[in-house]
Design a protein around this ligand. Structure first.
Ligand code: NAP
Length: 545
C-alpha cells in the first residue's frame, strides 16, 4: 500500500448523474445491498429532461416505451397522456420515480465530479467533487459508475466575436428554468437537428421574425403526436409485461410496425402505398416501411425520392423547398428527426431560412457576430436573441470532461483521443472497476434509451454482486477482449449505410474530435447475448483479482 492511502472505501459505488441511468443504478445498487453516493451537476433529478426545456421539447420515442419497466407497480400507477411525452411530463415522471423509490437521499446536487483516480494498492477510486461554491469533497469508492449522459455536454461553435453580441443567447440543451418570452423579438436559430426542428415552429409562433441559419438540412418526418386514449392505456396496462417482452426482441427495443421486406421487392405502386402507410403512422417508425432502407443504397435512394416529393408538396416556395432537401446524404444516416409543423413553418412570411452552407457561389457561412446581430451568407441580420441548437459533444464529452486517471497515470481523455474503444460498451481497458452506461461501443443511442439503461445497469450490478460473492476487488477488461469487441462493433457498422453520414454518431460535429462511428449497431438482442455470454463464463473478457 502507498503511504497515506486508505484501504477503506466510503461507499461501494459512486454514481455520476441523476438522469434515467444514474437513478436506476442507485436503485439497483440499493436493492442488492451496496452503498452508493450519486453526484449530479444539476439542481435536481432528470438529466436530459432537467436541462432541455426549450419550446417544443419532447421525446420522439413513444412514452409507453421510453419509460422504466423494472417495477410493474410503477408501470401501472403512471399514465402517459400523449404518444410522445413533453419535457414537463417526462420530468414529472422522473421526479415521481425519485420520490417513490426515495432516491434523492443518496444524491448530492449541484456538484460535479472533477477527478477520479484509481489506486492499484487499495483497488479503490478516489473521487474529488466540486460544488457550486467551489467546495471540494473526496470520496473513496470501490466502483465508479457513469450515467453522465450521451447528449449532455453542449457544444457552441467558436463563432468569431460571439461575445460581442449584446442580445440574449440560449443553448437548447441549457434552457433557463423560467419562461422565456420572444414576443416582439427578432430571433435567430442556428442549427436544424432534432432540437432545432422541435423548437423552430414554436419560436416562429412567438417571435416577431424568426431567422433560421441552416448549414445542413435534415430529413424530418411528421411526428403525429396525439393524446393517448383511455382504451389504449387500459389495453397496454392489461399486459405491459407482454408488451415489454416484444419490445426486447426488436433490434432497437422499440416496437413499431416493421416490414422486413426489401423496398426493391415490390412494384413502384406498392412501394408508394407502403411509404404512405408508414408516413401516416408518423415518427421514427417511418424507417420501418422496408427492412433494407438503411442497408441497401438503392432502397435508400427510393425512400429519399419519396421524401423529397413530400417536401416539395408541403413547402410553397420551390427555392426554399430545395434548400430544405439534403444533398447527397443518406436518408436516416444522421438521426432521423420527427417534427410537428416543421416544414410548414417555412410557409410563414415571418420566417426566413438563411443558407449558411457556403455552397452557393460566392456565399459564406456564418461569418461573425456583431453587437446587434449576425453577419452570415454575406448579409447582416439584426437580432434581439440567438438560440444555439448546435448540439452536443456526444457519447464521450461528459466522460472526458472528468479527469479520470487509471493506475498507469493515463487519463481516459488521453486514451480516447484516438478512438473511444471499450469492452461491451461499458468497460475500458486500463480503467479498473469503472463502468459506463450508454457510451461508445454500446447500443445505447440505437436502443430505446431507458430500456438499454436498465439492461446495462442490471448487468453492471450483477457483475459487482458476483465480485463481492467471489471475494474479488478488482476487475479490468483485457486488451484482447476490448480489441475483439471493437471488431464486433466495426463489423456491425460496416453492414449499415449510417456510418457514411457525418454526424454526432461519428464525432464529425466536433472540430478535432477523432472520427469513427461509435455506437454498436448490431441490435439489442445480439448485444444482450454478448453481455450474457461474458457473465455466464465468469465475466469472460475481464481480469478479476
Ligand atoms: P445536432 O443533431 O447535432 O444538430 C446540431 C445542428 O447545429 C446541426 O444542424 C448543425 O449543422 C448545426 N451546427 C453545428 N455547428 C454549426 C456551425 N458551426 N454553423 C452552422 N450550423 C452548425 O444536435 P441536436 O439537434 O441538439 O440533436 C442532437 C441529438 O439529441 C439528436 O440527434 C437526438 O438524438 C437527441 N434529441 C432527441 C430529441 C428527441 O425528441 N428525442 C430531441 C432533441 C434532441 P450541420 O449538420 O451542418 O453540422
Amino acid at each position: 500500500m502507498t503511504e497515506g492511502s486508505s484501504p477503506v472505501a466510503d461507499v461501494d459505488a459512486v454514481v455520476v448523474g441523476a438522469g434515467f441511468a444514474g437513478l436506476y443504478l442507485l436503485h439497483r445498487l440499493r436493492q442488492k445491498g451496496f452503498t452508493a453516493r450519486g453526484f449530479e451537476s444539476g439542481g435536481d433529478v432528470g438529466g436530459t429532461w432537467y436541462w432541455n426545456r426549450y419550446p417544443g421539447c419532447r421525446c420522439d420515442i413513444e412514452s409507453v416505451q421510453y419509460s422504466y419497466q423494472f417495477s410493474d407497480e410503477l408501470q401501472q400507477e403512471w399514465t402517459w397522456s400523449e404518444r410522445y411525452a413533453s419535457q414537463p411530463e417526462l420530468l414529472a415522471y422522473i421526479e415521481h420515480v425519485a420520490d417513490r423509490f426515495d432516491l434523492r437521499r443518496d444524491i448530492t446536487f449541484e456538484t460535479r465530479v472533477a477527478s477520479a483516480t484509481f489506486d492499484d494498492d487499495t483497488h479503490l477510486w478516489t473521487i474529488v467533487t466540486t460544488d457550486r461554491e467551489g467546495e471540494e469533497e473526496t470520496v473513496r469508492s470501490r466502483f465508479f459508475l457513469l450515467g453522465s449522459g450521451v447528449l449532455s455536454t453542449t457544444s457552441i461553435p467558436d463563432f468569431p466575436n460571439r461575445d460581442d453580441f449584446e442580445g440574449d443567447t440560449f443553448h437548447t440543451g441549457r434552457w433557463p428554468h423560467e419562461p422565456v418570452d420572444f414576443s416582439g423579438k427578432r430571433v435567430g436559430v442556428i442549427g436544424t437537428g432534432s432540437s432545432g426542428i422541435q423548437s423552430i415552429p414554436l419560436l416562429a409562433e412567438q417571435a416577431e421574425h424568426l431567422y433560421v441559419f441552416q448549414r445542413t438540412p435534415n430529413y424530418v418526418v411528421p411526428a403525429r403526436n396525439r393524446p393517448l386514449t383511455a382504451d389504449e392505456v387500459a389495453e397496454l396496462k392489461a399486459d405491459y409485461a407482454g408488451f415489454r417482452a416484444r419490445q426486447w426482441e426488436r433490434p432497437s427495443a422499440f416496437l413499431f410496425p416493421f416490414n422486413p421486406d426489401s423496398a426493391l421487392s415490390v412494384s413502384d405502386q406498392e412501394r408508394f402505398e407502403q411509404f404512405e402507410r408508414q408516413w401516416d403512422i408518423g415518427g421514427l417508425p417511418f424507417l420501418g416501411a422496408f427492412g433494407d432502407l438503411l442497408l441497401n443504397a438503392e432502397s435508400n435512394r427510393l425512400v429519399t425520392e419519396y421524401w423529397q416529393a413530400k417536401v416539395r408538396e408541403v413547402v410553397d416556395d420551390p427555392a426554399i423547398a430545395e434548400l430544405l432537401i439534403p444533398k447527397g446524404d443518406i436518408f436516416g444516416g444522421k438521426r432521423l428527426c420527427a417534427g410537428t409543423n416543421y416544414l410548414e413553418t417555412y410557409n410563414r412570411s415571418d420566417v426566413t431560412l438563411v443558407d449558411v452552407s457556403g455552397a452557393a457561389e460566392g456565399a459564406a457561412g456564418i461569418e461573425y457576430f456583431t453587437s446587434t446581430g449576425l453577419q452570415a451568407a454575406g448579409q447582416h441580420y439584426e437580432l434581439d436573441a440567438v438560440v444555439f441548437a448546435t448540439g452536443f459533444d456526444a457519447m464521450t464529452g461528459s466522460v472526458v470532461a472528468m479527469d479520470i486517471t487509471g493506475p498507469d497515470g493515463t487519463t481516459i481523455k488521453q486514451q480516447w483521443s484516438n478512438g473511444a474503444d471499450t469492452y461491451l460498451g461499458m468497460a475500458v481497458h486500463g480503467f479498473p472497476n469503472l463502468f459506463n452506461t450508454q457510451g461508445p461501443g454500446g447500443p445505447g443511442v440505437f436502443v430505446t434509451m431507458v430500456t438499454g439503461i436498465e439492461h446495462q445497469s442490471d448487468w453492471i450490478v450483477d457483475c459487482m454482486s458476483y465480485m463481492r460473492d467471489s471475494g474479488y476487488t478488482r476487475l479490468e477488461a483485457t486488451a484482447e477482449a476490448q480489441e475483439n469487441w471493437v471488431n464486433v462493433v466495426d463489423e456491425a457498422a460496416a453492414q449499415s449505410l449510417r456510418p457514411k453520414s457525418d454526424s454526432w454518431y461519428t464525432g464529425a460535429n466536433i472540430p478535432g474530435k477523432h472520427q469513427k462511428f461509435m455506437p454498436y449497431i448490431g441490435g439489442f438482442p445480439a448485444y444482450r447475448q454478448h453481455c450474457q455470454a461474458s457473465a455466464d463464463n465468469d465475466y469472460a473478457g475481464f481480469n478479476l483479482s
